[in-house]
Design a protein around this ligand. Structure first.
Ligand code: AMP
Ligand code: ZN
Length: 141
């Protein structure tokens, strides 16, 4: 797609620190390196976000992630964990609108990365929880 920075990277129109490429995905270092080895895995097909994936594309992308994760682990034996993240839409911190998966190696509790899930276990009744689950369930197609 025209004017898409990740399409341009895939097409070698702008440089990147490539890690892996095949017919389906392109993986390269995130320029901002939240931690050492922070990698983006990008489908070669331009899709904006997760809502545009079909099952085949999702399988193509996610099938390749474990071997890239293992490559990070082998490259950096001091790595103690890995966060895998996919941001969708601006509110959820998406800033490049060509879908991508972040692999963020973790080295210590004090590295420059955190995710905060609020704990609200006591704020919804079992009936509310069931209603939420039912509402979603009937939309899974
Ligand atoms: P997100 O905020 O989830 O959309 O992530 C977009 C990521 O793309 C950010 O972490 C940026 O640092 C990264 N990024 C933007 N431009 C480039 C580029 N030219 N090369 C590598 N990474 C980039
Ligand atoms: Zn694109």
């Amino acid at each position: 797609m025209e004017n898409c920075i990740f399409c341009k990277i895939i097409n070698q129109e702008i440089p990147s620190y490539k890690i892996f490429e095949d017919e389906k995905v392109y993986a390269f270092l995130d320029i901002s390196q939240a931690t050492k080895g922070h990698t983006l895995v990008v489908p070669k097909q331009h899709v904006t976000d997760i809502f545009e994936y079909d099952e085949d594309l999702a399988a193509d992308v996610f099938a390749r992630i474990p071997k890239i994760a293992r490559a990070l682990e082998q490259a950096f034996p001091e790595m103690e964990g890995l966060n895998i993240l996919n941001n969708n839409k601006e509110l959820a911190y998406q800033s490049v609108f060509h879908s991508h998966v972040h692999l963020v190696p973790r080295y210590s509790k004090k590295d420059d990365f955190s995710i905060h899930f609020g704990n609200h276990t006591d704020q919804r009744t079992p009936e509310e929880m069931q209603a939420i689950a039912d509402k979603i369930k009937e939309q899974v197609k």
